[in-house]
Design a binder for this molecule. Structure first.
Ligand SMILES: C[S@@+](CC[C@H](N)C(=O)[O-])C[C@H]1O[C@@H](n2cnc3c(N)ncnc32)[C@H](O)[C@@H]1O
Length: 543
């Protein structure tokens, strides 16, 4: 696949892996309603998203259903709250490692939406093809940001922006349809008083040369669907040149007998298929042109919504736009992530729509704008989409900042690191998945290998399936100081204690992280134990 090159590309591709893991530290004074809501609704992180995303990975890798980001577009502007003026290659170097991290958060059925303007969108398309896979490109949504014409523009008044939409895995992706517009419903009528109610007629022909079904006829230019039809008025009709009927003759007869074909008011035209409103899907498939304030909002709606909350921010998106994205990409309870949160629009909309959310913003407006806005949302703020979704308030969020590195380049683990913190890192490093619950014992869990495809009989006997693998951590005196060194060393005694927690008959390998090991290589082999030394072997899995 052709790829985009720039001077620092190779180094930029390595950046994400080199970013240290940090602890997240809560600032309870800025959290709101989190305790009452179990702290599950929202997480607002202040910090550079490169480090913040890395810190969040052990908690949320593979768990996010929808990522929406609206990064600085590189417009060469200096906005009041952030700068938007990087040299072109520097901008690529900024976005690439972040996209690599963002991809790790997506669930297998998730999607990512990247909002940009013409400055960088086309370069980013190429980078997203590389990061997410070209086959996972869904659409380039064209959003009309304004209807006003800027007559002082240099050559043309720009009224649209791009939202590049990719899914994690096309085979598992199943976006929601969007509500049918009134004008679309109005196209249904009932001129023949059909008892099944209003209907709309659609074509009853397909091309012989193109289209999914037409392709099978393309080679021969012939089809069994080329038969004459006699209309109710007695006319003999054939499909237009290059086309055939959409169904075989047998299916056509069944449709005709069920009064599902429309031959025009006088019964003398070629048939069209009746599509009943009652049988149509509840929604309609989204289109790529998003134009119209009522449905998608304009930039000025975003500014107005914020002004009504007493908040001033240069580039907020309208809540309706984000609502449409979250409607398509998520269902209630799903997790949404925005790592360029700005004034907090994505978090506010997600919260009002009953989605869980994570927002990352590095500027001080994480406190002054995002936290303030979300507090108001929780208290039942009635602007933006509130009335449309029946928002009455409730829920909560936690506000966190980036704490110390979990361990530094010399292998020193920060004194603030508790057993649960390191346990999450160890588990994530071994499995690339987050650890459920709060760990409080050395045995962190058992990893089962993914199911394997069946081996066809004629390829001989299948090799034995790989065994389960258990992962354990000795750290911070988790065994309540069973010396030496507070029980952080792998010895016969600590190994026996770990084994006690394993299920009866466990025959897989056991990976143990500890500060040192007193067992001989022969014993480790016999016991099927793999020793990993903390902190040097942490992050064994990369990223
Ligand atoms: C275009 S604004 C987002 C506006 C947002 N969609 C809204 O509706 O308010 C981009 C935001 O990304 C933030 N940002 C830029 N670089 C960042 C980084 N490295 N980490 C976290 N936030 C960043 C900026 O401070 C700015 O608030």
């Amino acid at each position: 696949m052709p790829i985009l090159h720039w001077l620092t590309r190779e180094a930029d591709l390595r950046t994400a892996a080199q970013v240290p893991f940090r602890l997240l530290t809560e600032e309870p004074a800025l959290s709101h309603g989190a305790q009452a809501s179990g702290g599950e609704d929202g997480l607002l992180v202040q910090g550079d998203n490169l480090e913040a995303l890395k810190a969040l990975l052990p908690f949320y890798a593979g768990r996010v259903k929808c990522i929406y980001i609206d990064p600085p577009y590189n417009t060469r502007s200096a906005f009041e709250h952030y700068d938007d003026n990087l040299e072109h290659a520097q901008w690529l170097g900024m976005i690439v490692p972040r996209l690599m991290l963002l991809r790790e958060f997506l669930s297998e059925d998730g999607s990512i939406w990247v909002h940009l303007d013409d400055n960088e969108a086309h370069y980013l398309k190429s980078i997203l093809d590389e990061t997410l896979g070209r086959r996972n490109f869904v659409a380039n949504i064209i959003w009309q940001k304004s209807y006003a014409v800027r007559s002082n523009a240099e050559f043309v008044s720009t009224s649209t922006e791009h939202i590049l939409w990719y899914c994690k895995d096309r085979a598992r992706f199943s976006p929601n349809n969007v509500p049918r517009k009134q004008e679309q419903t109005d196209r249904f009528s009932n001129p023949d008083d059909d008892p099944r109610g209003p209907w709309q007629s659609i074509t009853f022909t397909i091309s012989l040369l193109s289209g999914a079904r037409g392709r099978q006829f393309a080679k021969t230019g012939k089809s069994e669907n080329l038969y004459p039809i006699i209309t109710p008025s007695g006319n003999k009709v054939l499909p237009p040149p290059g086309r055939c009927w959409a169904r075989s003759e047998g299916n056509y007869m069944a449709l005709r007998n069920d009064d599902r074909l429309w031959f025009g008011p006088a019964g003398d035209r070629a048939p069209r298929l009746k599509m009943f409103l009652a049988e149509a899907d509840e929604g309609v498939i989204p289109v790529t042109l998003w134009a119209g304030g009522d449905e998608y909002g304009y930039n000025q709606d975003g500014a107005r919504e914020l002004a009504a909350l007493g908040i001033n921010f240069p580039t907020p998106k309208p809540e309706r736009l984000i609502r449409r994205i979250l409607h398509i990409a998520t269902n209630p309870g799903d997790l949404v992530l925005d790592s360029f949160l700005g004034s907090g629009t994505t978090a506010a909309v997600a919260h009002k729509m009953g989605r869980r959310w994570i927002g990352v913003e590095m500027g001080d407006h994480a406190r002054t704008h995002c936290a303030t806005r979300l507090r108001k949302v929780i208290e039942g703020e009635q602007g933006g989409i509130s009335k449309d979704v029946g928002w009455q308030g409730g829920g909560g969020f936690r506000f966190v900042t980036l704490g110390p590195r979990v361990y530094d380049e010399n292998g020193v683990i920060a004194p603030e690191v508790r057993f649960a913190d390191l346990a999450r890192h160890v588990w994530f490093s071994e499995t690339r998945r987050p650890l459920d619950g709060v760990p409080d014992k050395p045995l962190l869990g058992i990893v089962s290998p993914p199911p394997r495809a069946e081996v066809p009989e004629d390829e001989g006997e299948a090799p034995p399936p790989p065994a389960d693998r258990a992962v354990a951590l000795l750290f911070n005196g988790i065994l309540k100081d069973r010396s030496p060194q507070g029980g952080n060393v792998l010895t016969r005694a600590t190994l026996a204690l770990i084994r006690e927690a394993l299920p009866q008959g466990f025959t897989g390998t056991l990976t143990v992280y500890a500060t040192a090991c007193r067992l001989s290589p022969a014993t480790l082999k016999r016991e099927r134990v793999q020793f990993r030394q903390t902190p040097y072997d942490l992050n064994a899995g990369g990223l």
